[in-house]
Ligand binder design. Structure first.
Ligand SMILES: C[S@@+](CC[C@H](N)C(=O)[O-])C[C@H]1O[C@@H](n2cnc3c(N)ncnc32)[C@H](O)[C@@H]1O
Ligand SMILES: [Zn+2]
Length: 306
């Protein structure tokens, strides 16, 4: 079945609107087709791979990194963060069927909470979830079957129509301010979660996790300049009591997972106490779209830290 947001999606090859097709006799799978004839079949898990051309130079999260993220998040440790993201989105929602986009959705954990929160107050919602990792999208498609789960590179033009979305969420994932501004409605909101200095500091050295730059906030605001201004920033600190498996998953699921050898990480964590107390320190930044984005043409890049 095609997701509700299918009519908001653009063909990545020609930028035409997709004419959706739900299969039919001899073609049981859902497919996205554009007027020119480009066609993208749903993978059996339900996501669509919209990477075209040379693909991407970015390193997608591996299957084992995604599995570690899934297991950690399912433990509920970051649940208050998911609820805070969902609450931040609420003021942007308009109409009978609001539309949300989650960029770098990973396993779809945060989008699930956002959708459930919206559905408690609205009768319907449409959702678009983007990630460059097909392993992440396999999980996300299972977690959020009602969303359009799309493999794509957020540094490329997004396969989404102009002014189609009420809210964009980005949780520890790359940001493309120019494209987020384009797909948002004028009164739409961009919610960006970043880690603050001191985030997981108690286990950073032992696990080999990357540190948080002290000027991260300035760099975030700077990278959004020209397209967004910061409306609200809320800090959220969570005290976590983690098992050795939680610590290992936490280390492996982040960017350091691209470089860490799992076996040596397990070795380094041998002898860890049954419970390690750790502080997770987040900032939830809510940006408003500038109504006149001016002539900014560059796409400043921000690197996800966790
Ligand atoms: C640190 S994870 C966060 C995932 C999810 N938001 C969460 O917090 O659970 C970063 C995610 O961004 C995705 N990602 C990295 N580069 C990307 C790109 N250029 N385009 C789209 N997604 C990207 C990764 O595959 C990964 O799933
Ligand atoms: Zn096309």
């Amino acid at each position: 079945m095609l997701p509700d947001a299918a009519n908001l999606l653009l063909c990545p090859s020609c930028r035409g609107r997709f004419l959706s097709s739900d299969g039919g006799p001899g073609n049981p799978g859902a497919a996205l087709r554009c007027p020119v004839g480009h066609s993208f079949d749903a993978a059996k898990q339900g996501y669509f791979n919209l990477l075209v051309g040379r693909g991407t130079v970015f390193e997608a999260d591996s299957a084992s990194m995604v599995a570690a993220r899934f297991e950690f998040l399912e433990g509920g440790h970051y649940r208050p963060l998911a609820e805070a993201v969902a609450a931040s989105v609420a003021p942007a929602l308009a109409g009978d069927k609001p539309v949300v986009l989650d960029a770098g959705t990973g396993t779809g954990h945060y989008l699930r909470c956002t959708l459930d929160t919206i559905l408690a107050r609205h009768s319907a919602v449409a959702a678009i979830a983007l990630d460059i990792s097909k392993f992440a999208l396999r999980r996300a498609a299972r977690m959020n079957p009602e969303a359009a789960n799309l493999v794509c590179d957020v540094w490329q033009p997004l396969p989404v129509a102009d002014a189609a979305v009420d809210a964009v969420t980005v949780v520890f994932a790359p940001r493309n301010p120019a494209e987020f501004a384009r797909v948002l409605r004028p009164a739409g909101l961009l919610v960006v979660v970043t880690p603050r200095p001191g985030h997981l500091a108690e286990i950073a050295a032992r696990t080999g996790m990357l540190g948080i730059e002290p000027d991260k906030d300035e760099r975030l605001a700077e990278s959004m300049g020209g397209h967004f201004h910061l409306n609200l920033a809320r800090d959220l600190d969570l005290q976590l009591s983690l098992s050795p498996t939680d610590v290992e998953n936490l280390a492996y699921m982040g960017p350091a997972g691209h470089h860490l050898n799992r076996a040596s990480l397990t070795g380094r964590l041998a002898g860890l106490a049954a419970v390690t107390d750790v502080w997770a320190r987040f900032r939830i930044n809510v940006f408003e779209r500038l109504q006149d984005p001016g002539s900014v043409t560059t796409w400043p890049r921000s690197v996800p830290t966790h």
